[in-house]
Design a protein around this ligand. Structure first.
Ligand SMILES: [Zn+2]
Length: 235
């Protein structure tokens, strides 16, 4: 009796564990704030979370460097939304970017902020590995384009294994597991708009569209991603 219920319990736990690998539920969202302890400094806290001092100040409306024990600091990155006309950053170097690489998140849910925290926790010092994230209505709106700090600061991506490609490729991730489900019409519409803006207007046609699986042994961005249609439009 006890053995049977223990087996059932273990089986149920294993099933929950397997499901969790594919979905980032709200209950698994990482910590979004930090409670200041005595002796801590803004620069120390910034280092701890892979943020810059300036970012911490912007997120918390701080004017100076003074923080007090017990103060609650928001760690929520501010991702900028459309309109696209506004996303070219001041230090932009068009010649640097040679490829636009498409990914799916391979999770059922997510957003730039969720993946940012996840990638920070995995030891990526700049957090969010992609330059852009296109939401599916889970943690951001369906078809919402979120612009990551790797784009606004023009940093290398961290979205492929090959660092040469990370240095010269713009990484775009659609939230979803397209081995199992299809991207939404709004996601595909937003992706067309984003790629047209980046490739044709911003990079003057020079960047080449690639899928993650063109470079490395992976299914990414999944078999239900309409690859042919996008290669035709932006290859
Ligand atoms: Zn990928």
């Amino acid at each position: 009796m006890i053995a049977a219920s223990r087996r059932q319990f273990l089986a149920r736990s294993a099933a929950v564990g397997a499901a969790a690998a594919w979905s980032l539920g709200a209950e698994e969202l990482p910590l979004l704030h930090h409670l200041v302890r005595r002796g801590e400094t803004l620069s120390g806290i910034a280092r701890m979370y892979g943020a810059s001092i300036r970012e911490l100040k912007v997120w918390n409306g701080l004017v100076g460097d003074l923080i007090l024990p017990g103060q609650r600091l928001e760690l929520r990155p501010q991702y900028r939304l459309l309109p696209l006309a506004d996303i070219v950053p001041p230090k932009f170097e068009a010649d640097r970017w040679r490829h636009l690489i498409l990914h799916h998140s391979a999770t059922t849910a997510g957003s730039a902020r969720v993946f940012h925290d996840f990638h920070l926790a995995r030891g990526m010092e700049n957090g969010l590995a992609y330059h852009f994230v296109v939401g599916n209505g889970s943690h951001s709106r369906d078809g919402e384009v979120e612009v990551g700090r790797r784009w606004t600061l023009q940093l290398n991506g961290g979205h492929v294994g090959n660092d040469a490609y990370n240095a010269n490729s713009i990484g775009i991730c659609l939230v979803g597991n397209f081995e199992r489900t299809h991207p939404s019409d709004k996601q595909l519409g937003a992706l067309v708009e984003l790629l047209d803006y980046l490739k044709n207007k911003t990079l003057r046609g020079r960047a080449r569209l690639l899928l993650h699986r063109d470079l490395e042994q992976t299914l990414c961005p999944g078999r239900h991603f309409p690859a042919g249609r996008f290669r035709e439009l932006f290859g």
